[in-house]
Design a protein around this ligand. Structure first.
Ligand code: HEC
Length: 144
């Protein structure tokens, strides 16, 4: 009797402890997901690090290239389009077009040649030079 009772007690103990351990772990995970804007904390958001001269140039170029015929863009008064997703708070977005990680290099590439990143996308290539695209990306990524 002695040895078998001991075996049952030690076997049951970890099972009983499991629910108490699992709860804090899943709660911590939930907090992490919400705190990081659902992108699991890979980077700080938004990118405000570009020089302000570059962001100001980008703001002007967004108007010049008429991105606003399709997009609404905060701080670009002429940009009131509703044909495409609004670009407000773009610095907080985790993904471009829901698919491509949103970073300065990928966003500039998207602006030059969207279909090179997302084949079949409805966003047209607008004939933007890489330098102009980098400036526009700097402005968009500073939007919070
Ligand atoms: C003819 C309409 C049109 C014009 C003009 C246009 N876009 Fe777009 N854009 C789109 C569409 C449609 C999408 C959505 C594409 C997708 O989800 O595949 C999009 C998506 C985007 C996105 C990603 C949006 C998101 O929610 O992830 C960015 C950033 C963007 N465009 C920037 C620009 C910039 C910068 C310009 C100007 C150089 C521009 N667009 C001009 C139609 C346009």
């Amino acid at each position: 009797m002695g040895p078998s009772t001991a075996a049952v007690v030690t076997a049951a103990a970890p099972r009983a402890a499991r629910p108490h351990r699992a709860l804090p772990v899943s709660a911590a995970l939930l907090v992490a997901v919400f705190a990081s804007g659902c992108e699991l904390g890979e980077r700080d958001l938004p990118y405000g690090g570009a020089p302000s001269a570059q962001r100001i140039a980008g703001q002007r170029l967004l108007a010049q290239y008429q991105c606003g015929s399709c997009h609404a863009i905060p701080g670009v008064p002429i940009a009131q389009g509703a044909a495409a997703p609004p670009l407000g708070a773009f610095g907080r977005r985790s993904y471009i077009a829901g698919r491509v990680p949103n970073r300065p290099d990928t966003l500039a590439e998207w602006i030059v040649a969207p279909a090179s990143l997302v084949p079949g996308t409805l966003m047209p290539a607008m004939g933007v030079s890489p330098a102009d695209a980098r400036d526009m990306a700097a402005y968009l990524l500073a939007l919070e």
